[in-house]
Design a protein around this ligand. Sequence first.
Ligand code: PMP
Length: 395
Amino acid sequence: MLDAFDRCRLHDDFRPVTELGAYPYYRPVEERLATGEVVVGGRVLVAAGSNDYLGLSADPRLKDAACRAIRSLGTGTSGSRLVNGSLALHETLEGRLAAFLGQEAAMVTPTGFLANLALSALAGPRDTVLADQLIHASLIDAVRLSRARLRRYRHNDLDHLERLLAGSDPAAAGLIVTEGMFSTTGTLCDLPGTAALARRHGARLVLDGAHDIGLLGPGGRGAAEHHGLLPAVDLHTMAFSKCLGTTGGAVAGPEQIMVYLRHHARSMVFSAALSPSSTAAALAALDIVETEPERRHRALAAAARLRADLAGLGFGTGASPTTIIPVHVGDVVLCCRLWRELFEEGVFATAMVPPGVPDGQSLIRVSTTALHTDAQLDRIASAFAAAGRRLGMIP
Ligand code: PMP
């Protein structure tokens, strides 16, 4: 037989950047400061790639709620929800999330990834899933697990989606899967057009609100609320690891579907339930989302300011209207070198290279949070100015 370990040569892919000292991944954070800064390698850096858009992961109210839950319920859940891991606290959170998103019911999962993976129970080999080209890996894995036919349409290209729908087997059940706010580009889904196509062709619409629930919409209910289309979403998924400042995930939808998923979704049935501390932290975060809209306004205003500054320096930043600013680089090595120069300048951003983005479209993903001060935003912009000039990327 061939040696299965022979294929594990990931580092060959990264050798060019490793040799330049520009390998950008698995950098351990030693401390998270209340200012939103992080300590890495003993240095205080401005966090510029975090998904903690509302700045809640180090909020004392979340920490207190988590500590109280640990004191009364312990640190683990001892089993999956199906058997002995269900807590009254999970059900409280599920009720709150369902009401928040205008759905009948919700199901809390150990991570956002596993919430999406649960969707695999909704489709089978004869079904068709139509998905935006930029959807998250967890949604692709859900389709693979379901063995349904996956048909991907170009990002937000509704003509392409319509052609795929028109060419789909009318005897197949159909799901359209997309994201409210796309995680690498920060772009919003064309939800009005997508929802209209779903209705016209009888397909169910599944929306991953991982990045936008808590951030967008007048009540923080996400991209669907932003478009005035919460009722058009058949099934909503979300992750607590972004706006809710903790870990965990949820699916929200009709009661009948939640009962089905609770018994058929492998990620629900075969994985230990969300910890008491994360469940309590998510509840505390939801209270803050509902009462402190200024946090989302600040995070979005910070992004608008930083995007204008970076574009003014000559970087290609796309046109996202959200807290995610993709700084387009293209080449993998140049992208990692820019990441390293920023790191040296005291800015901890995120390098996104294939397969996380399409080939030739590597980028530095910058994101803003409610905690960023104007001084920190200026620091990020001047780090980009210095780094970009050193690398000859901007004048
Ligand atoms: N959906 C999207 C769009 C994501 O970006 C992510 C994580 N980055 C997830 C789902 C998975 O969430 P989690 O990290 O909480 O498992």
